[in-house]
Design a binder for this molecule. Structure first.
Ligand SMILES: [Zn+2]
Length: 465
């Protein structure tokens, strides 16, 4: 048996601590890590190589699921010398985790935390938000929460948050990772937080008007919904003093971005992550794009069919290797969001790769309609580009005989003058959707305010087929 000082866990955590520069400074220029974010690609690769080797050793010993998947493809920890060998390691999917959970409830074997570690160093439990499968539960440790805070502080610095800001965070404060990392980061940076768990949208809107936070954090759809609620108070959201809107949790097409910017004024920033492998803003926007925090994780993009890496410049599904966690340093986890890696240098000076246009869709959200793939984000892109429509919409999928039918319900901001104007608007929307998606929907115009507004992640599809 190994002595405690040479355990794979100790070696892993010591390496993470060694690369956690200036871990606990106050809000200042020191709260980011220029030596990591502007290092050369060679220096970055050396960090990644070291962390990957240690992560593989550690997960092989502590995650039964990772070990069994390695055994199945004939790979042992010693085979992985660094990032060049990443492709030899198996990709793990959400379905793999769910199967594992069914066999070994209630925790599964996909994390590296056992009862002893949870009771001695446990931090906070998080779970995935799936509606059908049993939620996959992740027991993150105290070490992880400190790491989250450090990573998220770096991200918030890049997004321009500074001393003097006040943040309002609009989410449920439940067991979903969502905006918890931002919450912890703001606390460490002495950025005051208005926490709004359990509040209604009207109450949150009133808090924004009354308390004038300078940073607003929520999902893109909820940010739009909040703007609507502020307008309902007779106030222009752009007059509320919000200097930065930080969104996450949903893909955000360009037309939605424009709507948010127009509505709130100020800068719009975005974070990307997932419960399983990147719960702490591991991708974030600088002033020129969305960087992947590459010293903290490896992000590959792979072909949706054969799962082979597609490399920079081509869209693929995200596969994440988490190089910054005690509980869940997942190795090649298929997060399954569509993104395109961009390796060109960024004007901000950071050397880490970027995601071109952020995350553009989510494989889980993909709809198959009459043999064509359609993403709700593509519909949002069309509808949010029509100035006469509100932000809310719903996609209804039904069958007529064997044929799929797609109905899109949306709301004019003002009731059209007459039946002809109403028909013209519906036709314009129909044609715009057909041009974008090659599918001709039935468009229904509903009264303003009649469609569901979202509290968290928008559920905009009802599939009744
Ligand atoms: Zn940049």
């Amino acid at each position: 048996m190994r002595s405690p000082t040479t355990s794979t866990r100790d070696r892993w955590l010591q390496a993470l601590d060694r690369w956690r520069h200036q871990p606990d400074g106050p809000a200042s220029e020191r709260s980011w890590a220029p030596s990591l974010e502007r290092c050369s690609r060679e220096e970055l690769r050396a960090i990644q190589d070291e962390k990957l080797r240690l992560a593989v050793d550690y997960m092989y010993e502590h995650s039964g699921l990772f070990r069994s998947r390695c055994v199945a493809v004939g790979v042992e920890p010693g085979d992985v010398r660094g990032v060049e060998d990443l492709g030899r390691l198996p990709i793990t999917t959400k379905a793999d985790m769910s199967d594992d959970l069914e066999r070994t409830p209630p925790w599964g074997r996909f994390t590296a935390v056992d009862e002893a570690r949870w009771s001695s160093g446990g931090g906070q439990l998080f779970q995935t938000s799936g509606t059908t499968a049993q939620p996959r539960v992740f027991r993150y440790t105290r070490f992880d929460l400190r790491m989250w805070s450090w990573l998220a502080r770096r991200a918030t610095h890049a997004m321009g948050v500074r001393p003097g800001d006040v943040a309002i965070i609009c989410f449920g404060y439940g067991p979903h990772v969502s905006m918890w990392a931002l919450h912890y980061a703001f606390q460490d940076l002495a950025i005051p937080v208005i926490a709004t768990g359990g509040m209604s949208t009207a109450a949150r809107a009133a808090a924004i008007v009354r308390e004038r936070p300078t940073v607003l954090c929520a999902t893109p759809s909820y940010v739009l919904h909040l703007a609507e609620a502020v307008r309902a108070m007779g106030i222009d959201p752009a007059d509320c003093g919000v200097r930065r809107v930080i969104v996450g949790g949903e893909p955000m097409p360009a037309a939605t971005r424009s709507r948010i910017r127009l509505g709130w004024g100020g800068e719009l920033h975005q974070t990307y992550g997932c419960t399983e492998a990147a719960p702490a803003c591991c991708a974030y926007t600088c002033s020129d794009g969305m960087h992947v925090m590459e010293d903290a994780l490896l992000l590959e993009t792979v072909d949706p069919i054969d799962l082979r890496p597609v490399g920079p410049g081509r869209p693929g599904l995200t596969v994440i290797t988490n190089l910054s966690s005690e509980a869940s340093p997942q190795i090649r986890f298929l997060a399954g969001d569509f993104a395109t890696l961009e390796s060109a240098p960024c004007p901000c000076g950071r050397t880490h790769v970027r995601l071109r246009d952020g995350v553009t869709g989510r494989a889980d959200d993909m709809l198959l309609v009459r043999g064509l793939t359609v993403f709700p984000t593509a519909i949002a892109e069309v509808l949010h580009g029509v100035a006469e429509l509100s932000d809310a919409f719903e996609i209804l999928l039904t069958k007529r005989g064997e044929l799929d039918e797609m109905t899109i319900a949306c709301e004019p901001l003002e009731e059209p003058a007459d039946a002809a104007a109403r028909a013209a608007l519906a036709t314009r929307v129909t044609n715009a959707v057909r041009d974008a998606c090659e599918l001709r929907p039935t468009v229904e115009l509903r009264p303003l305010g009649s469609l569901d507004r979202t509290e968290f992640k928008a559920r905009r599809v009802r599939d009744l087929r």
